[in-house]
Design a protein around this ligand. Sequence first.
Ligand SMILES: Nc1ncnc2c1ncn2[C@@H]1O[C@@H]2COP(=O)(O)O[C@H]2[C@H]1O
Length: 847
Amino acid sequence: MLAGEEASIELVQRWLQRRDSDELETEENPPKECSSSGSPGARAGRRSSLALTPEDEPLVDVTNRSPPPANIPTALIYSPPEPLELLCVFPERTSRVCAAACSAVERAGGEARSLRCARETLDALRRDNDTRVPHVIVVDARQPQQLDALLLARAIRGTKNTQHVYLIAIVKKSAYLKDEFGVLAYLEAGFNRVMVETVNTTAWCAEVLQARSSAACSRAQIAATAALAAAADRCRDLVAITDDQQRILLTNKSWCRMLGWRLEEGPRPIHEAAGGEALRLATTGARDWEAPVTLRRRAAPDPIMLPCRGATIGLTKTTSHIVFVCEPSAGEGDRGRGSLHSIRRGSLDVRSVASDGLRRTSLAKLQGLPLEAPITKVISLLSAATEGAPPSTVACIERAVDMLRTSELYSPQMRDETKLRVEDPIATDLIGALLSREQVNQNLVYMQGNANVLSSRRSSNDSTVVRSQTNRTNIKHKTTGQLRELLDTALSWDFEIFRLEDLTRGRPLAHLGLALMGGRFDVCAALECDERTLLHWLTVIETNYHAVNTYHNSTHAADVLQAVAYFLEKDRLKNLLEPVEAAAALISAAAHDIDHPGTSSAFLCNARHPLAILYNDVSVLESHHAALTFKLTLNDDRVNIFKNLDRDTYKTVRHHVIDMILATEMTKHFEHLAKFVNVFYAKSSGSKEDGMHTDEPLSLDTTALSQPENVLLVKRMMIKCADVSNASRPQKFAMEWARRIAEEYFLQTDEEKAKDLPVVMPMFDRATCSIPRSQIGFIDYIIIDMMEAWAAFIDMPELVNHARSNNQHWRELDEAGVTTLADVKRVQRQNAIQAPPTTTAEPTTEE
Ligand SMILES: Nc1ncnc2c1ncn2[C@@H]1O[C@@H]2COP(=O)(O)O[C@H]2[C@H]1O
């Protein structure tokens, strides 16, 4: 027990022993010497020296009259022990009543301050608001002309954080006894207690201790109430609390959001917002109930019906509050799955349902289903926001909501499409073919009888594991000095990928894979497999790339693997991804285009290729790459790098690998880019009035990385950027990749023409196509925006710098009349002559 507490208890005990004395000690009538035998006086029955009510019962306390109910959460009502703080407001500097009060507090181990006027008091309260709000304030109400105690009490109550302060008014005995209802004016002004003046320190001591205890209790209760209100505000259910007259006193944020209410609304009759069974049950006085309630939204004419759980609260037998807790999910679920149209003009007639018991039951069941899409919430919020908004805002919101109703939220609509078409048909052709899912449908006019259109190149769906790979198990040890030296630079952005292709005789993936996955990133440790299995896996994967493809071969896979490895070394990703996630990223990169036929998905669909039939024309190639990767891996224990993973880890790795490979589909390019930018970039300033496109600078905001679904966006973006990073490589690499992809496009066009198939990219005709212009379009429309977003995220400005300088270089070549493959090759030769000599590629790896 604290010394102060001990002293105060002793004081109280002494005071209790003495309280037979009924004589009031006033400034005019100072206390007699302490005596245990006080005169009995006329009101011998009184037990206190403090004149209180006519019966002298302590405290006129309107708030704490009732005992707490059994279910009050007492654990929340915690009041830490604090030294008593008293503030006296007495205009008279030498007031003996004030001196007695202060000295009592000091004897009780507390602290007392005294001030002389209302202004000083309010200033002090405002100044000390967060640090030193007193427990008790005693106000001298004896001389209204010097200090208007009632006004001061109101002002104090109007000051922040003073609800729990215990306010005592000191009055003269004569005034006190003059009017039996006189105390009411004080209570209404905010006083907790009216007390007749006394200079008895002991009496004061008891008084302030009781006041402190009452103040502490009320502070603890207020804090607990605030905590419960905060909890209600943070829950998704709609919460409303009414008084016993069914006037809504409190609503939480969900309620306000969904029904279009404002938080600070005063008491409103519940009938304004709710009707139905729950309301009927609430009025019967049932303690707990569960029933549907219909709620009216201010922004929408039709009500919604939500399951509601309710409770009636009462400290005594009478009801004090009614609590409604409504579950929002099902209510929104029945609202037409995300369309404002259906929210505005809901097809569900709640009234007719409510009149039909059977249907109501099944509706309630339906409402219990967890059907809730975030977009539904967004649309509800937006429609609520139209309430009371100016017409221009309403029009804007309605336009936004109409857009949200489409399921293709992230499909790009090329802003400058017309301009692009007019200015550059080649770019239009390329970008259109890469991004458009319509391509296939547009080209569906097809000649019969070309089932095996890929026969001139390798068929892609009947690939099998190449078995003769066992002699390559020592590949690591048989690398020559040159290859080893080259592989030592595997983590630089100007890594000589084509030299690797030469040195390995077209087997760059296995070598680079072993160096990066087996070496630097220790994928074997992450997957708990041995290096031999990894080598077999890399070999099988590489073998299933088509060496005849000019672009989509294992050199491209190795290039993408190298880019992903490079990105993974950046701090942002190093600190973000677990080893097993990094392993999954490297695996995806190595395998992402496996068995690519050298033609696009649109081509396969037009050709009615078995893969297009198998995958229903949807993400044909990417689905195949992902599926074949797992088929090849799981087919043979010697290549199964996942064989030692436990079930859950395998599932996670599989999920990541599939997700990343599917993310390389270019028709979803803008979807992935937009999601990434929306999550990790914030607009620096307000948006344009129409809320649509703006050119404001974006600032990176990585706080969203704490959510796993956002990390998924990062991984998708990583592999996407790696997949087309060729345009962001130093010029000589970018040029060679551009030549290779153009050649592959031309071959597709050749084949389409030869087989009388629809031509997916008619401009990509080897006789007429300008390669520089195709590259300018590709960089302008696909590369720059994406690389800017990614480069800032991983802090790699060279990605953008190279892309820009390549763009510039292609423009110069375009102006110089460079057009065809032959032209590009000529430029490459000239550049090679000007560049310092490089060692002739020497294939030395043993096969
Ligand atoms: N330099 C480039 N020029 C034009 N198109 C490219 C270039 N690099 C990549 N692409 C295209 O971008 C696509 C990315 O996915 P794919 O690897 O399936 O196929 C790729 C090509 O079609």
